[in-house]
Design a protein around this ligand. Sequence first.
Ligand code: UTP
Ligand code: MN
Length: 487
Amino acid sequence: MVPLKRRRVVSSAAVNTGTDHSGDKGPTRFPRLVLFLLEKLQVFPESVTHVISENNSGPEVRTWLDSQGGGPGRSPLHLLDISWYTESMRAGRPVHILDRHKLQVRFTGQDKEMAVFSVPSYACQRRTTLDNQNTTLTDALSLLAENAELSDEDGRGVAFRRAAAVLKALPKPVTDMAQLRGLPCLGEHSLRVIRDILENGMSSEVESTKQSERYKALKVLTGIFGVGAKTADRWIREGIHTLHQLRDSGHTLNRAQQAGVFLHYDDLNRPVSKADADIIGETVGKAVDAVLPGAQVTLIGGFRRGKLTGHDVDFLITHPEEGREEGLMPKVVSWLESRGFLLYQKTTRNSYLECKDGPARPPSNIDRFERCLSIFKLANEETGGTTQLETLTENGTEPAGHRPWRAVRVDLVVSPVSQFAFALLGWTGSKLFERELRRWAGYEKAMSLSSHALYDNKQSRYLRATSEEEIFAHLGLEYIPPSERNA
Ligand code: UTP
Ligand code: MN
């Protein structure tokens, strides 16, 4: 047994056992080794050769070491159980390291090895591509996230989104709960869902949510353009679950909702392809070029991240000369409208004013760019060589199968060039990636990030940037390209 007193001495810091700290007969000396008894809040010196832990699992220690910069490049370490230390003290020399002394960082299954994963805590520190090795699990968690968001429970929604995003970042399918030890953002509830699926092939909670009348009604009603979680919830409480019930209810719908429910419901709930996005991009490009030569149009949102389909198409417009973009949107809109490209549009003016003393706190994630939320009339490809520029005249009452066009949601945003990099980063998504960037900025860097600017609260000044790369650098983050922001 190691006397308690001596253990206390060596457990408080990195201890070079060549030095006698205790003043009594002293711990046995192992001059060439630098031992480290793990307590998580300590600084971790470079010189350490042996890490000893009493109460932490191998994966936990590994994750912690990685967070201390103990990753690749550092000299190899022995991760050992306290038993190696006590035996060495008893023997008066470092005993030979046996398997039973080593902290398990890999679990051995029946006969094959299971990977134990480690990922950084914030989604903006990770590279998340579109394909993912755990789609059954991430689909399940995403459905619960969606249900929470549709029920106006954003906190729960974010928790499920974060858990799903961690699984999306794993290089291999999860087969055993033990592989998840030490991973961030996996709360009790998410772990329960994952366990159910690993053990039973499905989660009863996910299945019953999918089948529930409430979830089905929420999906139908929020599928209407201009209807959010709050409105849908109010209608459901009045017993309205379907479009027919809504129509018969006598509710007055606003202009967007009327377009959404009576004219274009099916179209707007059909995914938009990348090919459709590109055709619309050409039209928007022509409009912008016609009203302000030199202005630039960039495809943003999910399509910029490499998605093959989307629920809408998003574009960011700017001009290389600051100020020239002012008043651009109404001109673009009337160009498009006069040629019959718009079925609906609502333009909001730019209301952003840079405040000298920094942005409001807590920082709002609502941006204030000049913006146009629209429904585009997109000519069908197969209707005999008609081009987008040909004037379209149908009024939208024919069934989709018989008309030569479809309705597509399009979001246009105009940014001054000085804010362009921030707008581009903020509008490329994913939504969780954006949220994590802002959380990182606030908690880790005392900065506030929006789609307009980055403010350093310690230096009390704005940090300018002309590219996304510069913004990542200001934030002390490795640059992540759009295709790897699919958290
Ligand atoms: P979308 O809602 O269009 O999502 O927002 P998406 O990633 O393109 O996916 P789809 O369209 O469902 O396929 C795109 C990005 O724009 C930001 C969001 O944060 C998201 O990252 N955005 C959207 C805003 O900043 N403000 C808004 O009002 C809307
Ligand atoms: Mn989009």
